[in-house]
Design a protein around this ligand. Structure first.
Ligand SMILES: Cc1cc2nc3c(=O)[nH]c(=O)nc-3n(C[C@H](O)[C@H](O)[C@H](O)COP(=O)(O)OP(=O)(O)OC[C@H]3O[C@@H](n4cnc5c(N)ncnc54)[C@H](O)[C@@H]3O)c2cc1C
Ligand code: FES
Length: 293
């Protein structure tokens, strides 16, 4: 059955009830949870997400989409736990932040298409705000430090990985040490200059692409964060002729292709030809030049 058909997800995805084994604050208003979810951990690819609910409560009734941040293996190397990172923002994330260890969550997935693993010399990951969450796994796959997917799709497809990450202030930059440990070249930016460069990430990317223009390297860019930031990143890549994929974060209700709450305008055969695409099943990853910003 086609992966674009809601029944594929309705009948094939894994739903898991599991207790919170971690719920740690890792930045201002930013938390990391860990749950045992082996069937999801074993099959997901970078850029996919899960829908999450607090079990046994109707507040809120509808699950929320969270990108999978990390996959943790047990002593035998079996992918067993997934880590999710969330920013405390509204109904669900506030309730989750207040949940003690052992509280049961319900999650279903893995959902969405995930990033492509196209071979390149240099992968540049560009994130703003809470948009770092889908990047750690992708960088690890690109550097061959971890395998993902049921069929262990190809890893080691980039020779170098860079991470350009911006937030309003230093305290909102969360998980930087995980990206450092993974061995990526990191550039941090803040709006107020409290950490790294006092610049916007699309400007940093534009400069980096100009520096690399004569290198002869095949460069790929991936981006996740506020839509205006992704639009600017996409523009910079288009101008430089660089392949770019974006991870869209349109609000979702079902996560499995049924409700059409998550649609984005996506180009089809030409600049004027577009259709609404469900970001939960046809995305959330799209080639940047397909998006009607
Ligand atoms: C594919 C995907 C992956 C995501 N990954 C993460 C992640 O890794 N970490 C994370 O913290 N969040 C992520 N999100 C956003 C997350 O699903 C929730 O929307 C967010 O956490 C707010 O939920 P809430 O119940 O706390 O807030 P709510 O009470 O639902 O809403 C608070 C405010 O945020 C607005 N809002 C709700 N959803 C969105 C959205 N998707 N985009 C913009 N504004 C919105 C509402 O209109 C409202 O103003 C992702 C969303 C998608 C679609
Ligand atoms: S969230 Fe329901 S169709 Fe995408």
């Amino acid at each position: 059955m086609s992966k674009l058909h809601a029944d594929y997800y309705a009948d094939s995805m894994q739903q898991i009830n599991a207790p919170l084994e971690r719920n740690d604050q890792i930045g201002e208003g930013t938390f990391l949870i860990r749950v045992a979810a082996e069937p999801i951990a074993r099959t997901l690819v970078p850029g996919q997400f899960v829908m999450v609910r607090l079990a046994g409560t109707n507040a809120p009734l509808i699950g929320r989409a969270l990108a999978v941040y990390d996959v943790i293996c047990d002593d035998s190397g079996t992918p067993t736990w997934i880590d999710l990172v969330y920013l405390k923002k509204g109904t669900f994330t506030t309730a989750l932040a207040e949940s003690p260890l052992g509280a049961q969550v319900t999650l279903w997935g893995p959902l969405g298409n995930g990033f492509a693993n196209r071979v390149c010399d240099r992968l540049i990951m560009v994130s703003g705000g809470i948009g770092q969450t889908p990047m750690l796994l992708l960088g690890k796959e690109a550097m061959a430090s971890q395998d993902f997917g049921d069929d262990a799709r190809e890893n080691g497809w980039a020779s170098a990985v860079e991470f350009i990450y911006g937030a309003r202030r230093a305290s909102l930059l969360a998980g930087v040490e995980d990206f450092e440990q993974a061995g990526f070249r990191i550039t941090l930016c803040t709006d107020d200059g409290s950490k790294g460069q006092q610049r916007l990430v699309p400007d940093v990317l534009r400069e980096r692409l100009a520096e690399l223009a004569d290198s002869g390297e095949k460069i790929r860019v991936v981006t996740c964060g506020p839509e205006i930031m992704m639009e600017k990143v996409a523009e910079a890549c288009l101008a430089a002729g660089v392949d770019c994929q974006v991870s869209m974060e349109t609000p979702m209700a079902c996560g499995i292709g049924i409700c059409f709450s998550c649609v984005a305008q996506v180009r089809q055969d030409g600049p004027e030809e577009w259709d609404y695409k469900r970001t939960c099943v046809e995305g959330p990853i799209f080639d940047a030049d397909q998006i009607c910003w």
